[in-house]
Ligand binder design. Structure first.
Ligand SMILES: Cc1ncc(COP(=O)(O)O)c(C=O)c1O
Length: 385
């Protein structure tokens, strides 16, 4: 019995009803203890629990790095570790300036709520992350979505907006690798659309940082330098820590510092996290073997998937489309019962009718474990057919 109910009050019947309704539709979530072999994390380089980053954390503590920042960056919270990380990140990602936020989600909220201005247009891929949508809702610019990965549709929308009298700046937002599709954005084509109009290209590199690019700088690194590029690199995935690094023009970074409410009115990230991320960037740059090990597993997984009759786009994320929410959930549970930590992804994370299993491949599993997963998946699907 809830505390309110035990005091004779009604508790939260409307919340209970809403949760029950989610349950009926196969969409109620619950926190589960971590169990089984890792086919669901975004720990793409296996750094999150690595001795390499644990050692970096210990070394940072030993040299006196603080665990907490004690305040907003604009007040007492601005630590030398934040500043050093931003300088090193800008150099690594080939950007003129960078800003460190507590995570990628607030990074996107900051970008979209404060950079596009009244009279501007934000054109975004139909499948951009929830954090971009939340930022856009707080912002002042007009927004339009274009069909997933369709640069021609983005161009048409932009031309129509100009023809209808749009005079502000255009911003084109995409992800470089889509988290739930596992497919890659046509970045060169989108950059060409941006170049034609003088638009800013905003690329969320959450799932590409560390794994793509010559040294793991992501997929936007090396794009046409005449395009105004703003990129977001999340630190909680391949980099094995926490945070979000926004990289781009110093004027935009300065605008974030002055106008992004969730940067200004929030305690700065832990300096220890910043120190660990400095180490992660160095590891990614200096140890290509980390990336090579990850790609060996990814290549192996694609081979196993192909043998099992599952299609994929060649990236570390292999979605298995199911469609029905309850069916996807049952399939995930059957795989979990066999020791594979695979999760069902359901609406609203993905569009209605496209529930799926999201298999992600990291160095945290062996090739035999990858083979066993795809064998079990084929087996369970055959039994269910
Ligand atoms: C594409 C994309 N952008 C942003 C984020 C948010 O990043 P973070 O988890 O660091 O808040 C995610 C998280 O899953 C993501 O997939």
């Amino acid at each position: 019995m809830s505390a309110a109910a035990s005091r004779g009050r009604p508790g939260f019947p409307r919340h209970a009803e809403a949760l029950e309704a989610l349950g009926v539709r196969g969409r109620r979530r619950a926190l589960m203890p971590r169990a089984g072999r890792d086919f669901s994390s975004n720990d793409y380089l296996g750094l999150a629990s690595s001795e390499l980053l644990r050692a970096a954390a210990r070394a940072a503590l030993d040299r006196g790095v603080a665990t907490g920042s004690g305040g907003s960056r604009l007040l007492r919270g601005n630590d030398a570790e934040h500043v050093a990380l931003e300088e090193e990140a800008a150099a690594f990602f080939g950007a003129p300036a960078a800003l460190y936020m507590g995570a990628g989600f607030p990074g996107n909220v900051a970008i979209f709520s404060s950079l596009p201005m009244q009279g501007d247009l934000v054109l975004h891929d139909a499948l951009v992350h929830a954090s971009a949508h939340d930022g856009l809702r707080l912002g002042r610019a007009e927004t339009q979505s274009f069909a997933h990965n369709d640069a021609d549709a983005a161009r048409d929308a932009l031309r129509s907006w100009r023809a209808a009298g749009g005079t502000g700046r255009a911003w084109i937002a995409c992800e470089s690798l889509y988290s739930m599709e596992g497919d890659l954005a046509p970045l060169d084509d989108l950059a060409a659309v941006a170049a034609e109009d003088g638009a800013v290209l905003v690329v969320d590199e959450a799932h590409a940082t560390g794994l793509y690019g010559v040294q793991g700088q992501g997929r936007a690194h090396g794009l046409d330098p005449s395009v105004d590029l703003l990129s977001l690199h999340t630190c909680g995935k391949a980099l094995g820590g926490a945070g979000g690094l926004i990289c781009g023009d110093p004027m935009l970074i300065d605008t974030l510092i002055n106008r992004a409410r969730n940067f200004i009115f929030s305690t700065a990230p832990s300096p220890l996290d910043a120190a660990v991320m400095r180490a992660a960037l160095r590891l990614v740059a200096e140890r290509p073997k980390l990336r090579e090990a990850a790609w060996r597993n990814i290549a192996h997984a694609h081979e196993a998937a192909r043998r099992g009759g599952f299609g994929a786009f060649g990236t570390q994320i292999l979605p298995v489309l199911i469609g029905d929410d309850a069916e996807a959930l049952a399939l995930a549970q059957a795989l979990q019962a066999r020791g594979h930590d695979v999760r069902a992804i359901r609406p609203p994370t993905v569009p209605r009718g496209t529930a799926r299993l999201r298999v992600s491949i990291t160095p945290n599993v062996s090739k035999d474990e990858i083979d066993a997963l795809f064998a079990d998946l084929a087996d369970i699907r055959k039994a269910a057919a």
